[in-house]
Design a protein around this ligand. Sequence first.
Ligand code: NCD
Length: 317
Amino acid sequence: MKHLLGTRGLPRDAAIALLDIAEDMAAVQEREVKKLPTLRGKTVVNLFFEDSTRTRISFEAAAKRLSADVITFSAKGSSVSKGESLKDTAQTLQAMGADGVVIRHQASGAPQTLATSGWIDAGVVNAGDGTHEHPTQALLDAFTIRRRLHGADSRGRDLDGIRVVIVGDVLHSRVARSNVWLLSTLGAEVELVAPPTLVPVELSAWPARATYDLDAALANAPDVVMMLRIQAERMHAAFFPNTREYSRTWGLDDARFHRLPPSTMVMHPGPMNRGLEIAARAADSAQSTVREQVANGVSVRMAALYLLLSGDRGGLS
Ligand code: NCD
């Protein structure tokens, strides 16, 4: 594998190999010296055309902990037309000798364009493109679930038989899409719960089922409840009456949280709209994996950069 553009079509064994390497990387994070020399002399460019806090910082930390040189380029606000600016930027990266490019872009498909255009030789990692995919988020979510369930015995395991309920703004969520592909490849059963206005038409072709009653979905004691952020910045119409109504019908509020079995994990990719899709009590509870997800993100991104850039592809060819 030269690029990591999505989880759709990512083979099960390749996904498990990446998660296993992330376990090794997590072990490195527990040492006093958190750094490996693996990518010494390589240059990783973080190209962020869209806002990001945790993903940008996480990729930066991951590349630095592998001893790569890291250049972060925040291109948000550029007034050049998208195609042109991407090509111009790519040519600059090529001239700088970038070995890896981590790209977040508001246009679905931009990382694919960068990887296949011939503009650059670098390996491309998709850090979120429009409403399309966010593969490292899904990988860190799978890693987090596997670790919570199996701890030190996680290596080599998939998520066979795990029941995951993903709730909220599925329409605009690249996190939901990448998770649907990856979790189903790993054997999990995925149910999407959303207002009918926030269910994409293409969902009928996904390996997941869509339902509209959150209380019914939660009554089945899922192993994981993953809440999605309401992506107001991508909404150019009214998809629900008001925020109070949304949170009453689709939010993980205190009452719903208290009805969950203590073993159900509560996940959220961040940033959270507290009080809208998730109540503070649920987000800050022992069942919440929100902080683990952030910590695990560094390990998973180290694994991805390692596999793409070190020359040792771990079977991911
Ligand atoms: C997600 C994203 O950007 O797609 N956030 C993230 O990467 N941590 C989810 C979101 O913005 O809601």
